[in-house]
Design a binder for this molecule. Structure first.
Ligand code: TEU
Length: 524
């Protein structure tokens, strides 16, 4: 990572969000940690971590950790002690329930095809709760000792100079009021039942008081999994004194059909959701968080763009233009800046996500269709977004000098990689760099009001950014069809900024090619 900081500085990012780096059995991509105050040996040491923070700081980049406080690994010493006996002082650090060993306490399901959210522990002869795999037991945040330990862990890393935290499934910390069965209609959307428990805001306000308030300038970015957008202000309105930023999943959810398979979201839905966030958050002094990709979903160019060879890079640049010209804090996902796309996995054994391995086991046990599972995982599986960043056309795309990487490198790395795009003006990489530079130079892109100048057009997303007398018009032809788009008449002439090479101005309009992204300012 230290060796790649110059690349990130040249890209122009401000904060580097690291996936969990604590010691872990690696059941779930490192989210299942066994020591909050240490670095996994395969990742480095605390001393190396301190060097990373210092080296990043020298380049104007701050480090954000991913704090997983909803649960621990079942190999965490706390859980090992908790399950050693009902009288262990750590027993109440987790969520237990009594009942016969052949019937879980209720119908709650676990994510990742892990069956029931309860597992029976033979040593204590009690059930314990886990929203994810059975190796990820839920912490009992009603226990003040758990909260104190978590606050201590956060202060430990803040004292080492981190910028703050991405707070994993922060919406799940407070458990439902009762252990009653959840309504059948929620079984496929259990996150709704697990999120926003009765004491959640109490815990977040206490976290702000006990931790963040003592570290000015740090950031609490919550993962609002299972939250509805209209609950956002309860978390990020300044007067709530809870979180600074919140990942809302409404746009991400547009790419999932009811069946859970993938669907192409409509421009109308994306536009309406972005407008709702602006209208809801900004007048209340809150702030949107913009993202299209992360480590839990397929690549953004597959989900929101078009991977046909003639459209892939144009659509990748269009998506990056949206992220970097809309109002809010943009969170970019590694590799999206060069237009990385889903690989094609040829066999289930190439996949690493525990959710897939559990589903595979289930399909085999039920005599189901593994080919159908593979096909679906190639569209929606989390592994599709986790293949190594493609640095070069060299072995393993320059990601590792090991004989092979932990997960397959997308075979297109020989054509799509950082080295091949460095310095090429029309590349996705240089486009992202130029947009980040523009964003630094133009306050209107950071703070300006968003005006949705056209809520009807079925292929062009048009919006303005306005701050005082600064004004930019953004036109995104979010389709594989060309379009002549009329320019707003209020301005005598519009001048395209060089950062986007698309579009051909014609009198009073502009001809947009498929996936052209254009930024214009009033003519000089
Ligand atoms: O994700 C929340 C979560 O449950 C998602 O993985 C969700 O199930 C997925 O996006 C479905 O599309 C966080 C982390 O980002 C994820 O990597 C972890 O696996 C999960 O929590 C448990 O910590």
């Amino acid at each position: 990572m230290i060796g790649r900081l110059d690349y990130l500085a040249a890209l122009g990012v401000d904060v580097l969000w690291l996936s969990p780096l604590h010691p872990t059995p690696n059941i779930d991509y490192g989210y299942d940690g066994t020591d909050y105050l240490a670095v996994a040996p395969e990742m480095g040491t605390l001393e190396i971590f301190d060097r990373l923070v210092a080296e990043a700081g020298r380049r104007g980049i701050r480090i954000m950790m991913d704090m997983v406080m909803d649960y621990t690994s079942d190999a965490h010493p706390w859980f090992v002690q908790a399950r050693s006996s009902r009288t262990s002082p750590y027993h109440d650090w987790y969520i237990w329930a009594d009942g016969p060993p052949d019937r879980p306490p209720n119908n709650w399901p676990a994510f990742f095809s892990s069956g029931s959210a309860w597992s029976f522990d033979v040593s204590t002869r009690r059930w314990y709760l886990h929203y994810f795999t059975h190796q990820q037991p839920e912490l009992n945040w009603a226990n003040p000792a758990v909260r104190r330990a978590m606050h201590g862990a956060m202060r430990f890393w803040l004292d080492r100079g981190v910028a703050g935290f991405r707070l994993d499934v922060i919406s799940f910390l407070s458990k439902p009021e009762t252990l009653d069965d959840m309504p059948a209609e929620l079984l496929g959307r259990a996150g709704r039942h697990y999120a926003n428990g009765p004491r959640l805001h109490e815990y977040l306000r206490e976290m702000r008081r006990e931790v963040f308030e003592h570290y000015p300038g740090t950031v609490a970015l919550g993962e609002g999994f299972g939250l509805a957008g209209d609950q956002a202000l309860d978390f990020v309105a300044p007067e709530r004194r809870e979180l600074d930023l919140l990942f809302l999943f409404e746009i991400s959810a547009l790419t999932f059909a009811e069946t859970g398979d993938r669907q192409r979201p409509s421009l109308a839905d994306i536009r309406a959701t972005l407008k709702r966030w602006q209208d809801m958050l900004v007048p209340a002094g809150a702030w949107p968080t913009l993202f299209l990709g992360n480590h839990d979903v397929a690549r953004m160019v597959d989900r929101f763009g078009d991977t046909a060879p003639e459209h892939r890079m144009a659509s990748a640049k269009l998506l990056m233009t949206l992220l970097l010209t809309h109002r809010g804090t943009p969170v970019l996902y590694q590799g999206d800046e060069i237009g990385m796309a889903n690989p094609r996995f040829e066999h289930l054994s190439e996949l690493r996500d525990v959710a897939v391995l559990n589903a595979w086991r289930k399909v085999l046990a039920d005599g189901g269709d593994t080919a159908a599972l593979l096909d679906r995982m190639n569209r929606t599986g989390r592994d599709t977004g986790r293949t190594p960043v493609q640095w070069s056309a060299g072995p393993n795309a320059g990601f590792t000098t090991a004989p092979e990487s932990w997960i397959k490198v997308n075979p297109d790395f020989r054509q799509v990689n950082v080295a091949a795009q460095e310095g090429r003006a029309d590349s996705a990489l240089e486009h992202a760099r130029a947009l980040l530079r523009l964003r630094r130079e133009r306050d209107v892109l950071r703070r300006g009001e968003v005006r949705f100048v056209d809520m009807e057009h079925d292929q062009v997303f048009a919006y303005e950014r306005v701050l005082g007398d600064e004004r930019l018009l953004v036109l995104l032809n979010w389709s594989d069809r060309p379009c002549r788009y009329p320019l707003p008449g209020a301005v005598a002439a519009w001048t395209p900024l060089p950062v986007c090479s698309g579009g051909t101005p014609v009198s009073g309009a502009v001809d947009l090619r498929p996936f052209d992204a254009l930024i214009l300012e009033p003519g000089r």
